[in-house]
Design a protein around this ligand. Sequence first.
Ligand code: BES
Ligand code: MN
Ligand code: ZN
Length: 523
Amino acid sequence: MEIKVTHGNVVEHPTPALVVNLFKGVRKPGGATGAVDQALGGLISSLIESGEISGDSGEITVIHTRALLASGASGKAAASPVAAERVLVAGLGKQDAFDYDAIRTISAQVARKLGALKVKSAATIVHGAGIGGLDPASCAEAISEGSLLGLYRFDKYKSQASRSGDDTDGDGPAQGPDTLELIELDSAKEKALERGVGRGVHYAAAAIMARDLVNEPPNVLSPTALADAAASMAKESKLECKVIEEDECRKLGMGAYLSVTAGSSQPPKFIHLTYKGDARRPANNIWLVGKGITFDSGGLSLKPAASMVTMKGDMGGGAAVIGAMKAIAALKPKINVHAVCAATENMPDGSASRPGDVVQATNGKYIEIENTDAEGRLTLADAICYANNNGAARIVDVATLTGAVSVALGRGHIGAFSNDDKLYRALEDAAAKMGEPVWRLPLGQVTKLQNNSLIADLKNTGGRNAGSITAAQFIREFVGDTPWVHLDIAAFNMSETVSGVNVKGATGASSRLLVRLVEDLAG
Ligand code: BES
Ligand code: MN
Ligand code: ZN
């Protein structure tokens, strides 16, 4: 879908579908919606009056303007009062709860509706920029982000015949319009809106790349395929990409990471992408570390069948950092950004790690493997040591790390952990702005003890209680004093429903917040 900004008047703009909006509780719409209402002879107001239109968030009312035209006795249609063939009134909900994420959400819903209506092009007013009182460029950004994400589909394995394009179970949303125009009357705002649209497209691209990688089946997306995807993105985006092979990983001392690979016939690939946005100051950097388990069977601590079904998505953190790098390369913030993904499968076979094995990470720490299904933290341990050994000034790791985070926080917030209030606040702020809110959980002394091992420096599980916290405590042992945030995205990585910017399947969770954090840190 192409998104562009058009200078013009919504009433006079010819389009198959024009999107206007309404806050809940407004009885007489103003602004652009008011102008359209007036042109339609007060039809929108009367539908509000009768209760058909309430402005509830997500409510979309389609008014077919052609049907309104009484053909006279001559059979000749009168001129349409608005140039649009349809007017969609999109409910924005209560004005006091309205923000950029509400714009993303309604834009996604509207985009899916336009797809279902099978219109080839559409035009919209800039939600939020009028009586919403928000920054017009950011509104345009949210509209383009929401529209693109809301229409996401992954149908490369659907043959033409089964590609119904309807939003029935198992299908993605219908194909959206080819073009979406943002109509703005004030030509002074045009440039800012265009900049906003461009940024939104890049944010969406980050999440879309992550979604594509997560949705790939695990027989296709091996660690090698993931490394290849990172390399080809890097080539297109002019980033450096280094893939460290198993032998080299062994030389570097990555015993924890390689213990996870041991049970798989697929070679591990340690992926390192570099964006140099401030080459003269290498210390001005951030390292994004993503968990990259291309399939998590649990290893010898084998998962039950039902728990394995979504485990192709266990590289969601890696996908998020790789997707984020694509957008970062395009947005060009003045900061150096590294993305690392220690990719591997977690499989059971004769050479797999056993519960009880002791392995050594890059920093020399001995780890007793109590449960081979707590593999993510083993791979992250060595990836974080690698970041530290290469001069990381800040580290953010992202991982589908624990089922326990869903128990703790559900899908309300991404679980967050940090050793640094300043970095955490920056991340929390970026996350809120992107509609991917985080909630910080504590790293206290009591839960730290749960990882104590009888025979080694620590063990990779901390018992049933506080499962997400003990996982984070484990990772912290490899972070040292580097400012660090850990995000547990297990609850957000996949969606079972169509909701807001998400469709069924991979969500690309945390990729957009990472891009925003990097930009904010660059100042
Ligand atoms: N990849 C899983 C966590 C997960 C669970 C992600 C559900 C997405 C949805 C992780 O490797 C894992 O298996 N964690 C175990 C840890 C336990 C063995 C300490 C878990 O959560 O059960
Ligand atoms: Mn696991
Ligand atoms: Zn896992």
